[in-house]
Structure formats: C-alpha cells, structure tokens
Design a protein around this ligand. Structure first.
Ligand SMILES: Nc1ncnc2c1ncn2[C@@H]1O[C@H](COP(=O)(O)OP(=O)(O)OP(=O)(O)O)[C@@H](O)[C@H]1O
Length: 276
C-alpha cells in the first residue's frame, strides 16, 4: 500500500547577481514524482548538488515547494501554499546529516529528549521520562548519558540520541539524510543494523539519502538516481545497481567503484540557470 506520494515536485532558488543585478533562477528539483510503499526503504543517490537534500526537505515540510505536492496516507503534507499542522509533522520526520544539528549544545540530552514530547504531546513528566528511558534502552544508550551535553558523548551516541528524539514521536515516515557519513566502518554497520531493526520493530518506512552506493545497496529495497534535479532512473536496488539503464547511473557506479564505494564525486553538476 502506498504511504507517501510525491507528485511533480519542483523547487526554484533565486541566485543573486553582483550588486543585485542579473538575478538567476536555479531549479534545484525539477518535476519529481514517485511513491513509497508502507515499510519500504527507498534510497536516493546522486552526486553533490543534484537536489537530494532539497527534495528531502520539501517532503519533510522544512522547505516550501515551488510547485507540486506530497501526500502521506492520502493527506497532503507539503505544497506551495500549505503551512504544516503539528500532528502531521510528527508523523513525518527528517534526520539531519549532522547529528549535532538536531541537538542544542546548551541543553542536556535529557532536555533535548523531553522537548519533542512537550511540544507534540500532553504526556505528564513521569510518562515522558518512562517513554524516554525505554527507548534509550532499545537504542543501547545508558541512562547515565541523560545529564550530559552533546559534546560530552560520542558521534555515534549523538546520532542515536537524534534518532531517539524522532522515534519518541512514533513517526510513520523517516527521512535520513546521509545517516552514516563521517562514521567509521564499524559504527556505520552498527547504525545500519539499528535502522533495519527499528524498521522491523516499529514498522517504519524510510527515505534514505546517501552518496554511498554500497550503503544504499545494503539497506534499501528500491533506489532512485538523481541528476540535475531530476530522477533519471528508479527501480529495485538489484536491478538498478546491477543492470543500470541510464548513462548517469552507469557513471555514478563507475565512480563509486573507482573510489571504493565511498563518495560518488565532488564535482558539482553544471548549473542550469536562466536570467530573470
Ligand atoms: N538555499 C539555497 N539557495 C540557493 N541555492 C540552493 C539553496 N539550497 C540548495 N541550493 C542549490 O540547489 C542545488 C541542489 O542542492 P542540494 O543541497 O539539494 O543538493 P544535494 O544533492 O543534497 O547535495 P549534497 O550531496 O552535496 O548535499 C545546488 O546547486 C545548490 O547549490
């Protein structure tokens, strides 16, 4: 059954010229459509600047689309004119690339974990505490960490606290933006295992953005390949990565193999700009 539908989604940015002259429009995401089934993991790959994060942020309601819409369980959750209601936001969560971005450095982890429950639920302090402690145990986070600040725990622990903040709200759909970047291989494997287990336990559906084709192939059911703001190929991971049809997918795979499956490329795509 379809959980998320993305319909003809586009996003333009105005790029300012020198001294306010010759402004240009950059189309970061160009008429993208796809759907994600319940409990499916869809990967989005593409070189830097291809529009992955902009697409993800529009789906999450963090950035406004220029046109098109997104629906979750048949309810429109993002469109040019829509201001999101809190309960809908809680069902659809975005996990930032940088784990520290979701944690306020001035707050203890305890405060960071209570905050989403205070904002989105009516739970008593006692029930909030119980919920937090149970989830921390599930994520193998010792409760002794609660009184620490983000800089006093490891990068892997910061990620898991960021994840806990999201899971506390019992979302249906979670968007991960480069969840394993900057982690060493062992921690990366542990995070991927955790994400698989969480999908199993909570019946979650993921959109999984990554430069890393190896990571995508190990966790995703389907993959979409982005290039210059468009999806150029989408299908089951085994088909797309084993038998790619689009020349850009073949180039991404070749680049990935050359550099051991890590970052696909650092070359930004040619900008597609027009004068306004
Ligand atoms: N706020 C903004 N203002 C102007 N241009 C932007 C803005 N945000 C993104 N862009 C441009 O939109 C294009 C797509 O950017 P986006 O961050 O979505 O790419 P990405 O595929 O996620 O890249 P990366 O893998 O490096 O994170 C890029 O050309 C980028 O420079």
């Amino acid at each position: 059954m379809t959980l998320l539908e993305v319909h003809c989604l586009s996003r333009d940015f105005t790029v300012r010229g020198f001294f306010g002259r010759g402004n240009k429009i950059l189309r970061a995401v160009d008429d993208v459509s796809f759907s994600v089934a319940e409990a499916e993991i869809l990967g989005i790959v593409g070189e830097t600047g291809s529009g992955k994060s902009t697409l993800a942020k529009m789906i999450a309601g963090i950035q406004q689309p220029s046109s098109g819409w997104v629906s979750l369980s048949g309810e429109i959750v993002a469109s040019r004119d829509l201001k999101l209601a809190k309960p809908v936001r809680a069902k659809l969560q975005y996990i930032y690339q940088d784990p520290s971005a979701s944690l306020d450095p001035r707050w203890t982890l305890k405060r960071s974990l209570h905050e989403p429950l205070v904002t989105h639920t009516d739970l008593s302090p006692q029930l909030r505490e119980e919920k937090i402690l149970k989830l921390m145990a599930d994520l193998e986070l010792p409760s002794a960490l609660l009184d620490r600040y983000p800089h006093e725990v490891s990068g892997g622990q910061q990620r898991r606290v960021g994840l806990a903040r999201v899971l506390l709200l019992a979302p249906k759909f979670v968007i991960f933006d480069e969840p394993t970047s900057g982690l060493d291989v062992l921690v990366q494997a542990a995070v991927l295992k955790l994400l698989r287990d969480l999908r199993q336990e909570f019946g979650l559906t993921y959109l999984f953005i990554s430069h890393d084709i190896t990571v995508v192939s190990s966790i995703c059911d389907r993959v979409a390949v982005m290039h210059n703001g468009s999806i150029v190929e989408i299908g089951p991971v085994n088909e797309v990565l084993v038998n790619p049809k689009h020349p850009h997918t073949r180039a991404l795979l070749a680049a990935s193999l050359r550099i051991g499956g890590a970052r696909l490329t650092d070359d930004p795509p040619a900008p597609r700009e027009r004068e306004t």
